[in-house]
Design a binder for this molecule. Structure first.
Ligand code: MV4
Length: 501
């Protein structure tokens, strides 16, 4: 095992990796920008190195600053967390060239999965079902022929894209010429690679992904699926395991395919194979060659510490996992808590965390990257932390998450906390009837309430009621803090009021 690992990230994932290292008896090095000296990952790590000014492009995304920090500390390995550094084959290569271990797959596997057309052909070779589609398209005639073969509408995607960047739906052949030139120009600007390709457009799929682990001793396993359909503009908001749409037979089939996908690119480490699922059929979409934000739901339903396994695997040890026929154990749900106002188009919210109370009790986990007095700025991604619950059944997990969300108190900035209470109380969600279009179907969950005096009156009433339940006997004073504490109640009241319209 390593003596010391450098964590090339910040926020909740840096904290998560430090915790795994501590349990493995591995010392830790945090890196921080001038904006992040007083943050949980810096305080928890054994030591910390300043890598640059606040903007991510000048600190957390600067490969040389991070790699140069390692030798002075004696760190032997670099854990990239998720995000920019985790899926850059160049970063992984530079880590290896500096004689450090990269906690992740070989750079070749990252590169091959990063090129969506290369990944598609490799997956077809490996017998993995992919969405019917084409190779890279340059001429309009090629695109029209491909569209006629696949069937319209089609989706135009960037070969170097992924995560929804640069996608366009094309209804029919007439729309192709304009879309093709615009999409390839945009892809060239965004990714430095103008290649685009076509896929059959699935109109209402679920996003279901399989967690895999592969070690350097030739073992590749899957740990079941996560349902990640509830998202907004390709940012996931709620994830759960298992998926309400997946039974043991489908899980085994998707799992076998995910293992075959990983084996086909010589994968090592923790990875996720994403599928679209519609009308009983599933199709490979892309592979994420990193630990993912939503990994804790899988940890709850398998009992495996995925980050510890990543580190063991990177150290050349065999993974320590016993696959169980009893998986998934119960049900887990994760809500991403970010510094965004869900009722103003998820507008970023910044400021000082004035008070923080995190939920606990049975089956509750908080993976956070904030603390009281921490300054939430606008330089980094807005994820503050994740609330994850585990219970015997999905219904019980929903009740537990509602309870935990009510215990969570973040004062000083707006967060997505009240949005989640709305989802957990919504009938389609409760029935497991979700797809990637869930929020399109439920705009009420993100309604602004602008100019809606009834909703605001209800909000004030809810604030007062909430306060009265907490302060017995005394007079009622509505302060900014008590109002913030009542945000959960406010959103519920808004919705209840809606039912009387
Ligand atoms: C699709 C699709 C429908 N048909 N591909 C979006 C993110 C990127 N990973 C691929 N995405 C999609 N690809 C075909 N052929 C619909 C989506 C999609 C989506 C996928 C996963 C999670 C959320 C999504 C939201 C909108 C569209």
């Amino acid at each position: 095992m390593f003596d010391k690992v450098l964590i090339a990230n910040r926020g909740e994932i840096a904290v998560r990796v430090i915790r795994a290292c501590q349990e493995l008896g591995v010392r830790t090095v945090a890196v921080y920008s001038e904006a992040a000296r007083l943050s949980p990952h810096v305080l928890l790590a054994g030591e910390a190195v300043l890598i640059g000014p606040a903007p991510a492009a000048e600190s957390y995304q600067r490969a040389e600053a991070i790699i140069d920090a390692a030798p002075q500390t004696g760190a032997q390995a670099v854990h990239p967390g998720y995000g920019f550094m985790a899926e850059s084959p160049e970063f992984a290569r530079r880590v290896l060239e500096a004689d450090l271990v990269f906690v992740g797959p070989p750079p070749e596997a990252i590169a091959e999965m990063g090129d969506k057309t290369a990944a598609r052909s490799r997956m077809i070779e490996a017998g993995v079902p992919v969405v019917p589609g084409s190779d890279a398209i340059t001429e309009v005639a090629e695109g029209v022929a491909a569209g006629d073969r696949i069937g319209w509408p089609v989706l135009l995607k960037a070969a170097a894209g992924g995560g929804g960047k640069g996608m366009r739906v094309i209804e029919s052949a007439e729309d192709l010429p304009r879309a093709l030139s615009a999409a390839s120009r945009e892809a060239g600007q965004a990714f430095g690679d103008s290649r685009v390709y076509l896929e059959k457009y699935l109109s209402d799929p679920r996003h279901i992904e399989i967690q895999i682990l592969a070690d350097t001793h030739g073992r590749v396993i899957h740990l079941g699926e996560r349902e990640c359909s509830i998202q907004r503009r390709h940012q996931k908001l709620v994830e759960e395991a298992p998926s309400p749409a997946v039974d043991a037979d489908l899980r085994a089939r998707m799992g076998d395919v995910a293992v075959a996908a990983a084996e086909a690119v010589g994968y090592v480490g923790a990875g996720t194979v994403e599928f679209l699922y519609q009308n009983g059929e599933f199709y490979f979409l892309e592979m994420n060659t990193r630990i993912q934000v939503e990994h804790p739901v899988t940890e709850f339903v398998t009992g495996v510490d995925l980050v510890q396994e990543q580190i063991r695997i990177a150290a050349g040890l065999p993974m320590s996992v016993e696959v169980s026929p009893d998986w998934p154990l119960g049900h887990a749900i994760e809500c991403r808590i970010s510094g965004e106002d869900p009722f103003s188009g998820f507008f970023p919210s910044s400021g000082r965390i004035r008070a923080l109370e995190v939920p606990c009790g049975p089956g509750v986990r908080w993976d956070g990257g904030i603390m009281e007095h921490y300054e939430v700025g606008l330089n980094y991604d807005p994820l503050l932390g994740k609330l994850i619950v585990h219970a015997a059944t999905r219904d019980q997990a929903i009740l537990r998450m509602r309870r935990a969300l009510r215990e969570l108190q973040i004062e000083g900035i707006r967060t997505t906390q009240p949005f989640h209470l709305g989802v957990l109380d919504e009938e389609d969600f409760k029935a497991g009837d979700i797809s990637v279009r869930y929020l399109d179907r439920h705009p009420e969950l993100v309604e602004t309430g602008e100019g809606d005096w009834q909703a605001r009156a209800a909000a004030v009433a809810a604030t007062l009621l909430e306060h009265r339940t907490r302060v017995s006997g005394g007079g009622v004073t509505v302060t900014a803090a008590s109002a913030a504490r009542a945000t959960g109640a406010i959103s519920e009241w808004r919705r209840r009021l809606g039912t009387f319209d």
